[in-house]
Ligand binder design. Sequence first.
Ligand code: EPZ
Length: 422
Amino acid sequence: MYRFLVSGGQPLRGAVQTASAKNAVLPILAACLLTEETCTITNLPALEDVNMMLQLLRSMGVAVERQGRAARITAAGRVSTEAPYDIVRKMRASYYVLGPLVARFGRAKVSLPGGCAIGARPVDLHLRGMSGLGAKVTIEHGYIDARAKKLAGAALMLEGAKGPSVGATANTMMAAVLAGGETVISGAACEPEIVDLADFLNCLGAKVSGAGTPEVRIKGVRRLSGAEYRPIPDRIEAGTFAAAACITCGDVEIRLCRPDHLTAVIDVLRRAGARVETTRSSMRVCCKGRAKACDITTAPYPGFPTDLQAQFTALLSTAAGTSVVTENIFEGRFLHAMELARMGARIDVKGSTAVVHGVERLSSAQVMASDLRASAALVLAGLAAEGTTEVLRVYHLDRGYEKLERKLSKLGAKVERVADST
Ligand code: EPZ
């Protein structure tokens, strides 16, 4: 186990490069189960979640060959159709094997993901997608069991009480590419990661159209081929570096990112007083002086991403004035607020709203990470605080950020990874 020692007070300066998007890579790796031919996924980020997905595929008998940042994946011959609890409990996104397994092998036994720090996170919409395509779905002994001789295309409404679901849209899209006839998904998630998955599926010979809009059409095909594919850059990693530049009053160029995937985020950065210059593949964020207070409301894409809420709440905790942050996607996604309060932040959380009274200066403390994005928020707060902050349980960070301490140090930050002595 490791912790981070973060010494505050240095404005970040220089350039940093984003890795490929975790939330695009995970479904793309699972989608390789849809074909017996070899798929080569390049520019893979060095993340625990990616290692976990590859481990899951290997445990199912899939051939996985790593070559540097690429993985050659071949799901030929006998493939187990089970995703065991022991892996799914460590990474919810393991449920992305559900759709491909039912579609290609007519059977999937996938452990239910169980609880999560940021909210209840049910999977009813995933099951609605599978049963809507004709699979017989049961839940027994903590496992989803889905069976179908052959899936059949259908018209499906996949919007839930909290709006569209990224995971359910992806799983249903992957199942529908081998179904008989046409599927129309309404209320589909529009995230760039969904578009990237659809682009990958079409590279394999699928017929997916309308991805990125609330209505996705999939014409089923009999079989798919292999392909080589490079996923999109990580917009959440890029947004995290942008918030880091602001909270330290720095000047950072974020390279190999997609500013067109970050419009809502750039809008908030500018409202907070940052100067933001963009090109097709880079974004320069410069913040002279203290950020200005502004309100944020999380929403499905193209709204402000919930995965950047914690990092921007940390930024606003040092802003001039009072901001209101409303979290509409995950009901329990304010765990970082109490940890930031240990550093002197003044944040009143009521239900899905946090009123953030900006303070001049945060002070260092020992703080505990509860989930991936909350841990990034604590590191950012440490970069702005007086003294050295200890962020415990950084294993959360390693799930979704590639060598964060090295990338931040390259920008002039003082961040050290140390092994836990206790
Ligand atoms: C994906 O999770 C991301 N994870 C999350 O990022 C991200 O926060 C989320 O989308 C929203 O953008 C991955 O891509 C691996 P949802 P997912 O289904 O698919 C409710 C990170 O930090 N819902 O779009 O699980 C759900 O409870 C992670 O990288 C149902 O009610 O999110 C939530 O309130 C954290 N029933 C809302 O919909 C369902 O069957 C949106 O969830 C499914 C979801």
